[in-house]
Design a binder for this molecule. Structure first.
Ligand code: GRF
Length: 204
């Protein structure tokens, strides 16, 4: 199956991008990060990518596009031109258009800060806290046209403690994200998987 070149799309502080780049540098994740795209000019992810020497680091401003589809079409062009086989969403906060999702079906993954299907959406940590669950965590999943709804590749669980705030719970979840995302990416490109219905079956 293709190559191990990946594109990372990120809108925020980029800690997941950072741990992926660290894992690559340490030889624990056999991918090449060829391209990082952000929709936010001030995303720390852009700095992290530049500092790590990612060959192409791009900010695209949504306001310069007529609509979501044309913004996504430019992202897709960049991804294909860079020869990326996998698209890794790491705190990318824009809804993706259907043509973009279809184009990269089975090749695009996301990390979400809850145990899906509980608490999909942009406020997963707040929602888990106010619902009162006693455990939460993170999910790495394939991206399809249902928001946070694609087949699940891996999950990790953390306790929710009585004194938790958004910050303390998110920090505990991120500790797990930072182990789970590079490890899942490595497994994906080395073992591969099959999909049976909604189930991801790892090959080895
Ligand atoms: C993570 O919590 C991830 O689960 C969610 O967005 C956050 C991104 O964090 N999708 P970072 O920018 O990688 O630090």
């Amino acid at each position: 199956m293709g190559n191990n070149a990946i594109a990372v799309m990120a809108s925020g502080k980029g800690s997941n991008l950072r741990v992926i780049l660290d894992a690559v540098a340490a030889g624990r994740c056999p991918v090449q990060v060829k391209l990082v795209i952000s929709d936010k000019a001030d995303a720390q992810a852009l700095e992290i990518a530049r500092a790590a020497g990612v060959p192409q680091v791009v900010h695209l401003c949504p306001k310069s596009y007529a609509d979501r589809a044309s913004f996504d079409a430019d992202c897709a062009e960049l991804i294909d031109a860079a020869g990326c086989q996998w698209i890794v969403l790491a705190g990318y906060m824009r809804i993706l258009s259907s043509p973009f999702v279809r184009r990269f079906r089975g090749r695009m993954i996301n990390i979400h800060p809850s145990i899906l299907p509980a608490f999909s959406g942009a406020k997963a940590v707040e929602d888990a806290l106010s619902y009162g669950v006693k455990a939460s965590g993170c999910t790495v999943h394939l991206v399809d046209e249902v928001l946070d709804g694609g087949p699940i590749l891996a999950q990790a669980v953390v306790p929710v403690l009585d004194g938790d705030t958004f910050e303390s719970l998110h920090a505990r979840i991120q500790v797990e994200e930072h182990k789970l995302y590079p490890a899942t990416l490595a497994r994906m490109v080395t073992s591969g998987f099959d999909i049976e219905g909604r189930r991801v079956i790892w090959r080895t």
